[in-house]
Ligand binder design. Structure first.
Ligand code: PEP
Ligand code: MN
Length: 300
């Protein structure tokens, strides 16, 4: 190298539109601690529960079953983004109260969707993780509002969003001051009709390359078929996702929403056992043991 080369200015690195979300500004993986676990570390995190909170026995029974099977976090929607205004819209605050009871019963954290900026304060008062659904992935005023929240946000990929757009949506939350964002690949809309959406497993690789944020997979909404969920969950583990979000219902045939894609508690228990065995082959672990074998709570 000549002396003139050594003194040449280093060209500035061109940052993408999602600066804070990019690995260029934060090379290490982000790890989000929650309820004794870390999302984005070696533990493969599983969030499970019904699509919608429907009633105390349904929510508490399912929460208990998924805890016994080894789930780390309980899910359940109290505000439901339904395609038709005539479909069940969720129990709103009553549902949030049932989720809080499920947390008390199981000791696990809860994740639930917030659909509108005006409801952030209410949902934040109950939830441990606030979920942004696929249909709101580019609701920029909601994303900005969630930048002011001091709790993790689970951001789902929009049905029509590229990985670049998805990361830009995350950027709104980070730029607003909240670095605790978990991304979720839940399938995108393509010409294919044999599944509800097309699960884009390659997006996990593209996201991991470009961003430091943890990313999980939702094979339930991606496929729309309960019997596809186990194989797709194993594929998500193999491709390097940090965890899963899975719909489980105590009686899928009677579910008020998404029964066809919901696993039974027994199917979910089998899947967790399989994942626990497989995780070490992919540098992961699932430390939650199905050590709780009896229902101790009254009124289930
Ligand atoms: C959900 O997880 O309850 C949900 C509505 O999913 P999505 O936003 O991915 O459709
Ligand atoms: Mn659902």
């Amino acid at each position: 190298m000549s002396p003139s080369d050594a003194s040449a200015p280093i060209p500035p690195v061109k940052l993408p539109a999602y600066k804070l979300t990019s690995r260029l500004t934060h090379p290490q993986d982000s790890v989000i601690p929650l309820g004794g676990y870390s999302i984005g570390g070696p533990e493969f995190i599983v969030m499970a529960g019904p699509c919608s909170v429907e009633a105390d026995p349904q929510m508490l029974g399912t929460a208990w079953d998924v805890k016994v099977a080894g789930a780390h976090i309980i899910r359940g929607g109290a505000f439901k983004p339904r395609s038709s205004p005539y479909s069940f819209q969720g129990l709103a605050e009553e549902g949030l109260k049932m989720l809080a009871k499920a947390r008390e019963l199981t000791g696990l954290s809860i994740v639930t969707e917030v659909m509108d900026s005006s409801e952030v304060e209410l949902v934040e008062a109950y939830a441990d993780i606030l979920q942004v659904g696929a249909r709101n992935a580019q609701n920029f005023s909601l994303l900005k509002r969630l930048g002011q929240v001091n709790k993790p946000v689970l951001l789902k990929r929009g049905l029509m969003n590229t990985v670049e757009e998805f990361l830009c949506s995350a950027e709104y939350i980070l730029a607003g001051g909240n670095p605790q964002v978990i991304l979720c690949e839940r399938g995108i809309r393509t010409f294919e009709t044999s599944t509800r959406n097309t699960l884009d497993l390659s997006s996990i690789l593209a996201i991991k390359e470009r961003s430091h944020l943890p990313v999980i997979v939702d094979p339930s909404h991606a496929s729309g078929k309960a019997n596809y969920v186990a194989p797709l969950s194993k594929a998500a583990l193999a491709v390097g996702a940090d965890g899963l979000m899975i719909e489980v219902h105590c009686d899928p045939a009677k579910a008020l929403c998404d029964g066809e894609e919901s696993m039974t508690p027994d199917q979910f228990k089998d899947l967790m056992e399989n994942l626990r065995d497989l995780a070490p082959y992919f540098g992961r672990q699932i430390s939650t043991a199905a050590s709780v074998t009896a229902r101790t709570a009254d009124g289930l």
